[in-house]
Design a protein around this ligand. Structure first.
Ligand code: ZN
Length: 69
């Protein structure tokens, strides 16, 4: 097993193809964009969730006895 290759090249975390320096650690712009979009998507989801929690807090402020928390 050529250990050098593994250390030097690395693999695309998305599709496991050999990574390209320009888009490291990904193999192509497509995979890099896909990962970026994935992150953005998660951030959006988290942001959306915290907004929901914010509203939840507000509404529990309104009716404390109805939520019981
Ligand atoms: Zn890839």
């Amino acid at each position: 097993m050529p250990d050098k290759l593994t250390k030097k090249g690395g693999r695309c975390p998305l599709c496991k193809a050999p990574s390209v320096t320009e888009f490291a650690p990904f193999c192509s712009r497509g995979c890099r964009d896909r990962d970026l979009l994935g992150w953005l998507g998660e951030n959006y989801r988290i942001a959306g969730r915290s907004t929901e929690e914010d509203e939840l807090q507000k509404s529990s402020d309104y009716g404390l006895d109805s939520t019981g928390e």
